[in-house]
Design a binder for this molecule. Sequence first.
Ligand SMILES: [Mg+2]
Length: 199
Amino acid sequence: MTKSMLKKMPSKFPKMIVFDLDYTLWPDWIDCTNGPPYTYDESTNAVVNTTGEYLGFFEHTADIIALIKSFPDTQIGIASRTQTPEWAKKAIGLLRIPGLDNTPLVENVDYLEIYPGSKLKHFKSLSEKSGISCSDMLFFDDESRNREVCKLGVHFVHVNTRTGITPFQFENALHAFASNSGAKQTKMDGFFTAKSKMK
Ligand SMILES: [Mg+2]
């Protein structure tokens, strides 16, 4: 999936797109596994531990991350309340994004907030560190309880735990974000036209 897979360009992009980890980017609760040590399995783009458990992305995760990197000015954040932050950090240091020269996910993430507790704390910290208002953030998470971050102005999108984020859902979320958030940028179409002409 590249930016061309978007059927229509949104009129405005989020300044940050934030993802939960468990059942949003990958189909497991990492803290319910046996954890590291991990080895990276190149053929499946998964980590495998000594008990034979595999952990890899949902089908569209890597393509969606690569797509965001083609947006003009959108940061990427992770907000996870896992009980095993170090395991999660190891996994995102190994799982790769084929569309971004096979670089590990963690190299493509601007902000990490990975620790247990209410995600209100995660988002306050994301906003403080980045200087980006929560109302300029789009957030994907499978757990309804984390909707509480809407109180801060975050745009919450509920993810299906069986599929993860689909391209259809992702594009719809971008358009909903654009139409729900105040002033519109007008130069985005020009940006993409200019970029595609460079190829
Ligand atoms: Mg989750």
